[in-house]
Design a protein around this ligand. Structure first.
Ligand SMILES: NC(=O)C1=CN([C@@H]2O[C@H](COP(=O)(O)OP(=O)(O)OC[C@H]3O[C@@H](n4cnc5c(N)ncnc54)[C@H](O)[C@@H]3O)[C@@H](O)[C@H]2O)[C@@H](O)CC1
Ligand SMILES: [K+]
Length: 511
């Protein structure tokens, strides 16, 4: 599956029309047939009446073709065409002519007073605007969209909920809020934004047979993580290998009352295959860590000044252990922002030059010390949730702006940003960006991020490149959440359960 912009999809349509070859109207027939079959298969046959709202572009032309096909399978259909004052595209005109001889109600609507009231039980098909949306909806179009949204009837949008931009955020403007969106051939960037979830509803991708070889000549704006990509990254463990070959990771995590974050990160790290893990935790957390994660070692501050160490025994502080022995370091879960910890973080950045993983309070410290950005080791992985990213990069008006900021910062400072969310966005130093496609709402709980930090640290330590670790780690984390919820249900999955299901995710990817 790929993500393409509206222009790229239009070019794909043209490519298919030229090279298959197929006429534009016949390609549209294929699209309408896919939608009609989906409607007949997925909606109860008791729901057999449709109000189809059409614009006069090719999205509206789809609506007219769907109306004809639904009539042909004995559905009751009424079509409502919003008058723009133009005659419409050639395909619109052709499909209108094909519909005219049939006993389907065709109504032209111009003003709010002429808009229909949708009777109960009737399904609304939204074919007003598709990928051709270039400006915010206003006037009669907006009024009609509001009428559709105010009606309790289920709405199915064709290709895009009308009004929604395909490539960028639509906030603060309105769009149709659909129960289902039947989109053609591939995902469009806006369909992956969390802020559009309520507009898009359940997204279904219809394969309308566009020629796959077009994809060889296109550079997608976004790529997707997935099983094939992860499988191409995963390296088997050699039979003759020993623990020394899989590196030694260091985790800086925890503070009084937040040792759980450290434990979660440590356990998840160990599930990703490092040879050894040491945890640098505050004095008061040492016994917790030793009991909860016996597989990990604990290092204590090398500061011989007993008073200084004791003063900080609830927070990380003092001196760092010698760092040269570690392949990578994960820093942040539960560390807080105590001045001693801030100082320790600055020393860490000054003394460790290999890519590391920064999360949670490490990011909060960074946002208060922005001058540290240029000193971060290149290719380090930063994993902010939206609030943490706002502290790092300032407020964003919408998700597109947030993603663009992350992509710019990744390029500017040669870092990898993982913007955590339903489809986490991974921005690479080279400019590419990936949406993650695994995971579900069972993971929207405290501690999930600590698990991800541990996993990324473990994969980096294990010898994956930072880009590989980010792509594999984020995908694997989501998969582990899916396996956990399959076993335990959406409500009851705990962050530790995600960790406990990493093994299943690995097995799934390697078998
Ligand atoms: N053969 C083809 O060309 C195919 C086209 N397809 C359909 O064609 C659609 C794209 O069609 P179009 O490019 O004609 O565009 P749309 O039908 O999405 O929009 C029609 C026109 O509305 C105008 N418009 C833009 N924003 C507006 C706004 N806010 N308020 C009012 N008018 C606005 C623009 O002039 C635009 O060209 C796809 O979404 C898909 O549904 C599919 O059937 C696949 C095949
Ligand atoms: K639409």
């Amino acid at each position: 599956m790929v993500v393409l912009t509206a222009d790229q999809v239009r070019a794909w349509d043209r490519f298919t029309i030229q090279h298959e070859p197929i006429s534009s109207i016949n390609l549209m027939e294929r699209a309408a047939k896919c939608c009609t079959e989906w409607l007949c298969t997925n909606l109860p046959s008791s729901q057999s009446s449709y109000y189809i709202f059409c614009g006069k572009g090719n999205n509206g032309a789809d609506g007219l073709a769907i109306a004809r096909m639904l009539y042909e399978v004995d559905r009751q259909v009424d079509v409502f065409i919003l008058e723009f004052g133009s005659s419409g595209t050639a395909e619109f005109q052709q499909n209108l002519q094909r519909l005219h001889p049939l006993p389907v109600g065709i109504h032209y609507i111009q003003t709010g007073s002429g808009f229909p009231i949708v009777p109960p039980g009737v399904i609304i098909i939204d074919a007003l605007l598709g990928t051709g949306t270039t400006r915010p909806v206003e006037g009669e179009m907006r009024a009609l969209i509001e009428l559709i949204n105010a009606s309790p009837n289920p709405t199915i949008s064709i290709d895009m909920p009308s009004g929604l931009f395909a490539d960028q955020s639509t906030i603060p403007f309105s769009s149709v809020r659909a129960a289902f969106t039947l989109t053609f051939q591939c995902l469009k960037p806006a369909q992956l934004l969390a802020e559009n979830a309520a507009a898009i509803g359940d997204l279904q991708v219809m394969d309308i047979g566009l020629l796959p070889r077009y994809l060889n000549q296109v550079q997608p704006e976004y790529e997707l993580t997935g099983k094939t990509l992860s499988q191409s990254i995963i390296r088997p463990r050699n039979n003759f290998s020993h623990k020394g070959e899989f590196g030694h990771a260091l985790l800086l995590a925890g503070s009084f009352g937040k040792m759980g974050a450290a434990v979660l990160a440590a356990r998840a790290c160990l599930r990703c295959g490092p040879g050894l893990l040491s945890c640098f935790v505050p004095e008061k957390g040492i016994s917790i860590m030793q009991m909860a994660v016996p597989e990990a070692m604990v290092v204590r501050s090398t500061n011989s000044d007993h008073e200084k160490t004791n003063a900080n025994d609830e927070h990380l502080g003092g001196d760092l252990p010698p760092l040269h022995q570690y392949q990578t370091i994960g820093c942040g879960p539960g560390i807080g922002t105590n001045p001693a910890t801030v100082q320790l973080f600055k020393e860490l950045i000054a003394n460790f030059r290999k890519p590391m993983v920064l999360d949670a309070d490490a990011l909060n410290i960074l946002s208060q010390n922005q001058d540290l950005f240029p000193s971060l080791p290149p290719f380090s992985i930063l994993t902010p949730h939206p609030k943490e990213f706002e502290r790092l990069a300032g407020k964003s008006a919408n998700e597109t702006e947030r993603i663009n900021k992350a992509r710019e910062l990744a390029k500017k400072h040669q870092l990898i940003f993982v913007l955590k969310g339903h489809h986490s966005l991974i921005a690479m130093p080279g400019g590419s960006a990936y949406f993650n496609m695994s995971g579900n709402a069972s993971m929207a709980k405290g501690g999930s991020g600590d698990v991800l930090t541990g996993m990324l640290t473990g994969l980096l330590c294990r010898g994956y490149t930072p880009e590989q670790a980010a792509l594999l780690g984020v995908h694997l984390h989501g998969l582990a959440g899916e396996f956990a919820s399959a076993d335990l249900g959406m409500e009851s999955v705990l962050a530790g359960d995600i960790s406990d299901h990493i093994a299943k995710a690995f097995i799934y990817l390697t078998s």
